[in-house]
Design a protein around this ligand. Structure first.
Ligand code: NAI
Length: 384
């Protein structure tokens, strides 16, 4: 299998490693020679670390490295069976690269984009043969995260979808097929993890440390929402939220929070700037949470039910299957359980009651219960 990867930054170099490890022959292309050199050097480092940890031996390292060549012109990708683009998130630039690429590759070469926020339909529209275009969305870091969202556009052929799913499975990744809608699965369903936590903070119910403590200790999440936003970067996380909110025609469920906007504006970006919701400078101490069980449970229940509502609504609108939605959250962002399985465990009636209680209090559309949960509750059904 010949694989062409366009863009050798964070994502492109990670995807190249995944494909090369699965013995595909990879050509990694970038316009910037320094980016190519960096990708090569960082792969060397990563593979050496894997040797130190005893995960691979030297022969395996040589094999993976020999499977990747670094190229500085797009034409070099002409013998690809599939190309995956991971360049800047700009529709015009992606469309230009795709229409040039199409003049070099064979008619049955799959042309995929790793975009997080652009519609696949808009990217595909630049091609003469848009039916060969598809979204193949990896998570960062690509070699470690098991999930890959595969997103057929309305133009995409069934053959292109089937082949793409097979290739990604052969690369030992878990595929979740998603409709071409804003945020696909993960970046849509995960929004309340941040948004509802920020709202709880803004109402003065609890501070960052207490909300993080509730979700980690009572919910089993690896990181609390504020720790995670600091890790991702408040600028990046805010932009994703704002993009999703705009793309959903300002549905209040996805409304960004002023708190996060101000933090981003102030340059309190999180770990990378040394300060975010927490202080990361040397010697600084983490604030202690209020470990009140009742308060913690209320916070966790409220965030969880909003996440469940989002997952249920994604199923209601046929964004993906129930198992793909649950896999996406456990394998894409390491949630301790799939949200729909969690809904079954808590009880659909519990979910509907919680949401209706929130709606009663606030009378905001943000808290509307998904029609699917309501119907299931009437019919006493479960997701699995
Ligand atoms: P990056 O900035 O690390 O890398 C982009 C690379 O593309 C750079 O090396 C740049 O020199 C190269 N490039 C720019 N224009 C080019 C062109 N016309 N032809 C060839 N190379 C070009 O970006 P990153 O973070 O790897 O993101 C790439 C894509 O992946 C974006 O579409 C982004 O939305 C998506 N993505 C990013 C994730 C992340 O966590 N960083 C996660 C999933 C998707």
């Amino acid at each position: 299998m010949n694989v062409g990867i366009i863009g050798s930054g964070t994502m492109g170099s990670g995807i190249a490693q995944v494909a090369a490890t699965a013995d595909s022959k990879v050509k990694l292309y970038d316009t910037n020679q320094a980016a190519l050199d960096k990708a090569k050097a960082s792969l060397e480092k990563i593979l050496n670390r894997l040797i130190e940890k005893g995960r691979i031996d030297d022969a395996e390292k040589q094999r993976i490295q020999a499977n990747i060549s670094y190229v500085d012109n797009l034409k070099a990708l002409s013998d690809s069976d599939i190309t995956i683009e991971a360049i800047v998130e700009n529709l015009d630039i992606k469309q230009k690269v795709f229409s040039e690429l199409e003049t070099y590759v064979s008619d049955d070469c799959i042309i995929a984009s790793n975009t997080s926020s652009l519609s696949i339909a808009s990217i595909a529209s630049a091609l003469q043969k848009p039916e060969r275009c598809i979204g193949i969305h990896f998570f960062n870091p690509a070699p470690l995260m098991r999930l890959v969202e595969v997103i057929p556009a309305i133009q995409t052929s069934k053959d292109c979808l089937d082949k793409s799913e097979k290739i990604i499975s052969d690369w030992k990744k878990v595929v979740a097929v998603a409709r071409d809608t804003p945020g696909f699965i993960v970046n849509r369903v995960a929004r309340p993890f941040y948004g509802e936590s920020l709202r709880i903070y803004e109402e003065g119910i609890a501070d960052f440390a207490t909300i993080d403590w509730s979700l980690k200790t009572l919910g089993g999440f690896r990181m609390g929402p504020f720790e995670l936003m600091d890790f991702i970067g408040n600028d990046v996380n805010y932009t994703v939220t704002e993009t999703v909110f705009t793309a959903f025609y300002f549905d209040p469920r996805y409304k960004p929070a002023f708190t996060q906007k101000r933090f981003a504006e102030a340059g309190y970006l999180g770990r990378k700037s040394g300060k975010g919701y927490y202080d990361y400078s040397k010697g600084s101490e983490k604030p202690q949470p209020n470990e009140d069980k009742l308060l913690g449970q209320q916070i966790f229940d409220r965030v969880l039910v909003m996440l469940i509502n989002e997952a249920a609504d994604a199923l209601f609108l046929n964004i993906a299957s129930a198992s793909d939605i649950d896999n996406a959250m456990t394998k894409g962002v390491n949630y301790p359980k799939g949200l729909l399985a969690w809904a079954d465990e808590k009880g659909i009636d519990w979910c509907v009651n919680r949401l209706d209680t929130l709606y009663e209090i606030y009378h905001e559309d943000r808290y509307r219960c998904s029609p699917l949960l309501r119907r299931m509750n009437k019919e006493q059904k479960t997701f699995f």
